[in-house]
Each structure stands twice: as structure tokens, then as C-alpha cells.
Design a protein around this ligand. Structure first.
Ligand SMILES: *[C@@H]1O[C@H](CO)[C@@H](O)[C@H](O)[C@H]1NC(C)=O
Ligand SMILES: *[C@@H]1O[C@H](CO)[C@@H](O)[C@H](O)[C@H]1NC(C)=O
Ligand SMILES: *[C@@H]1O[C@H](CO)[C@@H](O)[C@H](O)[C@H]1NC(C)=O
Length: 317
């Protein structure tokens, strides 16, 4: 205790400040893992499908990676499929809390599916949600939009806009998605928006030329973080970037840490056939930090300065 005082009593306040800065540094940057948002076309997810042990095992391990997951192709008129998933998630890690938010069943024919957000309710909350009013019937499955809190001072909340396009109308739907962006950014006065899902934005469904002419490509401010060329399909015979994540807003972009498709067959060591029993798509994932990257070098510089200061500025004892 107080051993530093023998050097003249000037070092201690600086040492304390330095310690405080280190703690602050750890609090702001390290010590806290990134927040992961995912989208997964779970290919006709029915109760019968999740009742299969190998399917639910893989699904739960995929879900456990995500703080918010946007599931698509959930084919269930009740909540039982999702309830089963939540129960198994809870069994995997009882310290975590999960909740969900679902759309109604959407579709033009008798085949209908819903969007379901499954989220860590111990890390994030739903602030708002609404079903986009698709009065011109531009979408087969119009986005079910939701705003979530984030554990970040820079970005306290983010809007998620899911879309699963129908393969024969990809260009029309993706241009209409720009209108959904305008609608939600005006409604909730927020331009921090993530558009995500199985856009079918590649291969036979959308040529490279038309892809680059989309409003979401030509209008400024949209950042496609799953790059063209990244394979989001399970089959070895296909290589298409169907599933996408598009960020909009300063906050989102400054916090971006990583984005990629999750090759679950490789991670879980599944054969192609085994993997296809879960889905023909990979999930896509984006990780957001709590603080912008540029904070880190600044903190380090401040720490260095603090460490050097006493020898120059301390009054002579
Ligand atoms: C299903 O879950 C949603 C969201 O929690 C809830 O609003 C709805 O009432 C539930 N419906 C049934 C039939 O349980
Ligand atoms: C969620 O699903 C349940 C069961 O199908 C349904 O009763 C409820 O209306 C759905 N929620 C919304 C917001 O449509
Ligand atoms: C898919 O194609 C892209 C080029 O468009 C290539 O860079 C990538 O390695 C391919 N991926 C696989 C898994 O074949």
C-alpha cells in the first residue's frame, strides 16, 4: 500500500488514472463479444421436420450462434415448431433466455410461410414491429419489419427488414425492398437498417448486370456485406450468393466487424445428404461491435501518453 509515495507522491494519481483508462478501455472494446445477427432459410421448416433429432440438433447449434436469428420458410400455422426449438435451446444453455416474434403466414397461394425472429431476450428487446403494407402485391412474402435494441451506445437500436423473394420476381421484389426501407426509416425516424434474407440474388434468378442496376446498389449508403461470389448454398454442384445482408446507416457500418455465410456442414462434419436434410442454404451472419474500431488506437495512444506523463510533468520533489 502506498509504496509509490516514496518516489515523491506524484506517480500515484497517474497510475490510478492509467488503471482507470485500462478498465475503461477493456469495458469499451474488449471483454465483450460482438453481437451477431443471422438470417437462415430453413427450407420448409415444419413440426415434422424439427421433430427429427438430427435436424433439431443442428438447428439449435446454428441458432445458438446468433443473438438475433431471422428464420425464413417457417411453415407452421401454430407456434409449436418454434416452441420446440426454444425448449431445446434452453436445454443447451439454461443461462440464456430466448424469445421470438413471428409474422402471420404469408403467400399468394395455399403454400404460405412466415418470418420468425428468435432472439436472446437477455441481450436485446423488440422495440417495434409491423407487417409492411403491400397493397400493390409486389411481394410474395412482404417483409415483417422489427426494431431491436442493441448493447451499444453508438447504435442503441437497429431495424431488421427480412425478405425471402420468390425466384421468378427477384428484381421487382428487391427494388420494392428499397421502398420498404424508405417506409420504415420515415415511420421510425431511423436510417440504421439491416435488410437480410434469401434474396435469390444470383445465378439463374438474377444476372450480374441486373443485380448491379438494383436501387439497393445504385442508391448511396447501402453496404452489401455478403459479397458477390460467396457461396450460400449447400450443394457442391451450386455456387450462388442467394442469401444476403445489406447494411444501411453510419452506426451499422462503423460497428461492422465481420460478415459471412456459415458453412454448417463443414463445422458439424455433415455429409451433403445430411446437411440437405436441414437446409439447402447456409445461414448468413453479421457481427457488430459495441464500439467503433477507431476507438481502439485512440485509447492505446491515450494510455501511452498517460504512462509517459509523470516523468515529464510531475513536480520535482
Ligand atoms: C404465437 O406467438 C405469438 C408471439 O409470441 C403470440 O402473439 C400468439 O398469440 C401465439 N399464438 C398462438 C396460437 O399460440
Ligand atoms: C404468430 O403466429 C401465431 C400462430 O400462427 C398467430 O396467431 C399470430 O397472429 C402471429 N403473429 C403475428 C404478428 O402475425
Ligand atoms: C464460388 O465462385 C466464386 C467466384 O464467383 C469463387 O471465388 C468461390 O471460390 C466459389 N466457391 C466455391 C465454394 O466453389
Amino acid at each position: 500500500m502506498g509504496s509509490l509515495d516514496s518516489s515523491g507522491g506524484t506517480l500515484q494519481p497517474y497510475a490510478a488514472m492509467c488503471g482507470l483508462a485500462v478498465l475503461l478501455f477493456i469495458f469499451l472494446t474488449g471483454g465483450t463479444e460482438a453481437f451477431r445477427i443471422c438470417a437462415f432459410n430453413a427450407q420448409r421448416l415444419t413440426l415434422a421436420k424439427v421433430a427429427r433429432e438430427e435436424v433439431i440438433d443442428a438447428l439449435v447449434r446454428i441458432l445458438a450462434r446468433c443473438d438475433i436469428m431471422v428464420l425464413q420458410e417457417v411453415v407452421d400455422s401454430s407456434n409449436t415448431t418454434i416452441s420446440l426449438l426454444l425448449r431445446e435451446l434452453k436445454r443447451l444453455d439454461s443461462a440464456r433466455h430466448y424469445s421470438f416474434l413471428n409474422s402471420s403466414l404469408l403467400g399468394r397461394s395455399t403454400y404460405k410461410e412466415k418470418y420468425v425472429f428468435i432472439y436472446r431476450s437477455d441481450k436485446t428487446q423488440v422495440l417495434n414491429s409491423y407487417q409492411y403494407d403491400d397493397s400493390d402485391d409486389l411481394f410474395a412474402r412482404e417483409p415483417f419489419v422489427a426494431q431491436f435494441t442493441l448493447p451499444s451506445k453508438i447504435l442503441p437500436s437497429v431495424v431488421l427488414v427480412p425478405l425471402h423473394t420468390t425466384p421468378k420476381d427477384v428484381e421487382k421484389e428487391l427494388n420494392a425492398l428499397y421502398d420498404v426501407f424508405l417506409d420504415v426509416s420515415q415511420r421510425w425516424q431511423s436510417k440504421e437498417v439491416i435488410l437480410l434474407g434469401d434474396f435469390n440474388a444470383d445465378c439463374a434468378s438474377l444476372t450480374k448486370k441486373r443485380l448491379n442496376q438494383l436501387l439497393l446498389r445504385t442508391e448511396a449508403g447501402f453496404h452489401w456485406v455478403i459479397p458477390d461470389g460467396e457461396d450460400t448454398t449447400v450443394r457442391a454442384s451450386t455456387n450462388c450468393t442467394y442469401d444476403r445482408i445489406v447494411l444501411h446507416g453510419q452506426g451499422c457500418q462503423s460497428l461492422l466487424q465481420a460478415a459471412a455465410a456459415f458453412d454448417f456442414p463443414r463445422s458439424f462434419q455433415l455429409t451433403e445428404e445430411e446437411a440437405l436434410s436441414i437446409s439447402d442454404h447456409y445461414p448468413v451472419e453479421v457481427e457488430l461491435n459495441r464500439e467503433a474500431h477507431s476507438v481502439q488506437p485512440l485509447c492505446l495512444t491515450m494510455l501511452l501518453l498517460l504512462a509517459l506523463l509523470p516523468t515529464h510533468l510531475g513536480p520535482v520533489a
